[in-house]
Design a binder for this molecule. Structure first.
Ligand code: SF4
Length: 96
């Protein structure tokens, strides 16, 4: 191994774990937004803006974000967030 390749290897070992740590903490704090083009979103007719006045993701039993959150987690779409004003055909009212 030459000095240059050894230096490259040592730099890669030092940089990659830091990059991974920062990526994980960014994901934990804020989930990426669900795309309307996601195949499951298409199948469930998900939209970011509901066309039905009293059926919003924020009022859905499967939405686990705060009631006034713009975006939040949904049990149907793990790893991403859905719009609080969104809707899909799995909408079910929150239990009161
Ligand atoms: S199930 Fe559908 S309507 Fe309910 S929160 Fe998730 S995306 Fe919104």
């Amino acid at each position: 191994m030459t000095n240059n390749s050894r230096r490259f290897f040592m730099t890669a070992v030092a940089v990659v774990p830091l990059h991974s740590i920062f990526s994980v903490s960014a994901r934990a704090g804020e989930l990426p937004k669900l795309e309307e083009t996601n195949p499951t979103a298409i199948a469930l007719e998900y939209v970011h803006q509901s066309a039905i006045e009293d059926q919003l993701c924020s009022g859905c039993q499967l939405f686990t974000g705060a009631a006034d959150a713009e975006w939040g987690p949904c049990a149907i779409f793990p790893g991403v967030s859905v719009s609080g004003n969104g809707w899909c055909k799995s909408w079910v009212p929150k239990a009161s």
